[in-house]
Ligand binder design. Sequence first.
Ligand SMILES: C=C1C[C@]23C[C@H]1CC[C@H]2[C@@]12CCC[C@@](C)(C(=O)O1)[C@H]2[C@@H]3C(=O)O
Ligand SMILES: O=C(O)CCC(=O)C(=O)O
Ligand SMILES: [Fe+2]
Length: 368
Amino acid sequence: MPSRLSDAFRAHPQQQLKHPDFTSLHELPDSYAWNQRDDPSPETFATESVPLVDLNDSNALQVIGHACKTWGIFQVTNHGISTSLLDMVEHTCRSLFSLPVHQKLKAARSPDGVSGYGFARISSFFSKLMWSQGFTIVGPPDEHFCQLWPQDFSYHCDVIKEYKDEMKKLAGRLMWLMLGSLGIIAKEDIKWAGPKADFKEASAALQLNYYPACPDPDRAMGLAPHTDSTLLTILYQNSTSGLQVFKEGAGWVAVPPVPGGLVINVGDLMHILSNGSYQSVLHRAMVNRSHHRLSSAYLYGPPSTVEISPHPKLVGPTHPPLYRPVTWNEYLHTKAKHFNKALSSVRVCVPLNGLGDVNEQNNSVTVG
Ligand SMILES: C=C1C[C@]23C[C@H]1CC[C@H]2[C@@]12CCC[C@@](C)(C(=O)O1)[C@H]2[C@@H]3C(=O)O
Ligand SMILES: O=C(O)CCC(=O)C(=O)O
Ligand SMILES: [Fe+2]
């Protein structure tokens, strides 16, 4: 069993797709045309909106707990990440994705690797291509960045390193808020949080996403519906909207950018840890006719070999554990193989009523 996050995909190499130059496409090629006719626009139908939490508020813990149970997503303000750092990350993203394709391909992700430029891992589960480009960073970005920017790579490396450090601190804080709401409050409750309870050994990946302006946005898909395999994800989206989440009873709901705000997703591992109490949220990114969109997702999980299982405090005679223990690496393997069936494949018993996995309802097509 591999021991580092960067080894997670050795056994499941990604199929190689041709990298388009989006700037030269003035019509949507058929390979990018998704069938969304059954899919009403969220602006027209949604009556609910994703909860917004001020982290300085005294009731933040309760609001977060409720949001995780009912939505699996919330936005936060007063999170302590400075606007200037977010601007710098946005600038690095913009600078990266505006490089010519041949330059970006110098930092291409290898088929069995995790870091670098390329299509989202989930691309192979869909018969149509996504209108986006991605850059995944696991570990130090230096090796790839010096290929991209031979001159000023150290500036961009510093920005990403600082961002990852800040995100790690915020993720640790959010972990205790999310767990606290479930009654998991003592540092002994989560041994892998370490002696200082600061989740020092946690692993993470940074996913930079770029969604170019699209000539036919209603038929295109920026990033197909998926849940993140993480404990939690911290998403920064620039001022262009595009993120949507699926909520039972409400359908697809837009998550509008909040100035200076960050979006927090519950991931599959948190769903497991909470014994099904918190929902991992099904989400997707749509594209826009006139605006480019940028986002950066900090995908946060346990040290890659730590087993995550339903927390003992949430398990009892009337609440049997719903999932078997699984490491993040093992789960990433499972996800690379089974995609939206990954959660049910680690489930130990299927209750007769309730707790269906919302992420099994998306319209993915398995190819190959
Ligand atoms: C640590 C992670 C988490 C990954 C895989 C690996 C690196 C890149 C992440 C994403 C980012 C884009 C959506 C997703 C679904 C994808 O295709 O790649 C994510 C996936 C997951 O959450 O499963
Ligand atoms: O761009 C977005 O809004 C979503 C990105 C995302 O879901 C991801 O990177 O996992
Ligand atoms: Fe995601």
